[in-house]
Design a protein around this ligand. Sequence first.
Ligand SMILES: [Zn+2]
Ligand SMILES: [Zn+2]
Length: 431
Amino acid sequence: MKFQVPRGTRDILPGEVERWQRLETRTHQTMAIYGYREVRTPIFEATELFVRSVGEATDIVRKELYTFEDRKGRSLTLRPEGTAPLVRAYIENAPVRAEIPARLYYMGPMFRYERPQAGRYRQFWQIGAELLGSAKPEADAEMIDLFRSILWDVGLKDVTVLLNSLGDSVCRPRYREAIRDYFTAHKEQLCGDCKERLDTNPLRILDCKVPSCAPVIAGAPNVLDSLCDPCAEHFGAVKRALDGLGIRHEAAPRLVRGLDYYTRTVFEIQVAGLGAQNAVGGGGRYDQLVKEFGGPDTPAIGFSIGMERLLLATVSSAAGTAFAPDACVVALEADAAIEAQELARRLRGQHEAPEDREPLRVVVDVAGRSANAQMKWASKTGARWAVFVPKGSDGYAVRDMALGKDEARQATQEGLRRWLLERRDRVEAQR
Ligand SMILES: [Zn+2]
Ligand SMILES: [Zn+2]
């Protein structure tokens, strides 16, 4: 019996995974310097959480959820997005709410049953941040600035923010009616999905990618013309704040994003070089969601970034990701295997006094190879040095594998470790 990775998923293998690790490390750092703290929620939640937040009429809930029953008959769903779980955790945990506004983020896999296509997976990874407890335009600007910083940090500096406002409980129902009237009058030109959306979710028609819908959508009323005064003021203030931060932005009145909970600001960030679908992520304000979930009245805004798309965009700027050990320990005799393992452990030095340098990467044969086979293997690993056991009467023998040259013997394990660290510094300095 032979198994394969499930359809629409993939393995992230050595050679690529180093780029993921680097992105993760940098993102944790960027979040920290902006004052954001990580929350790790479960991979699954009560199904109702997503139905009520993301919205019953959305594609995500109608077609894309991974839902299952546990042994007690509870309906659970693999999270299709990160905001609803985070809001649930925010309401449930008073300490998280203590700081106002709360600055939180998450990073991890999400699950949607979508048609697999290039760069789209059923298990995909997202980075997201949420700012809970401020309705001010400065909060919107901070979110977008943080988003830009994460992109900046991985070398994506040519970015454009597409900005829209979906209004609030005052002006959005009016707009919804206007748009429903308009599309009802043009119903015959709409695709099948959009005809359905007329009843369930007319705003989503603006998002339709079916070419035949495009001309009708182009003539639809502009949401920005229908904003009430406070919403229009908020939108203007966000734009001024972005100008102040030097962030390029464009009004995008057709941008609705796929989720029902958004109010006022929604945005997407595009980076140059990703082709037609060049958005790496986006977000928006959700001023009602916390209250609707039984929490305190808490305006909030957040974003999410697709990590696959982000890495796709950075592929050209990626440095080499080869993994080579610094040293291989070679046992010259079969009964030196344990000594070799012990020496490798000492050379790694992780239990020694902390030094502010990266520990040595040291590998040792555990496959019972002969001394000759170990030498071939050591050279295949790309290790710069081979170290031999047992120790001779005048110390440990060392060979520089790159130069094919024997080095001076090192009397002690600690002396050998320091010698290797010093040599590695020298080699790196010459690069
Ligand atoms: Zn359509
Ligand atoms: Zn309004």
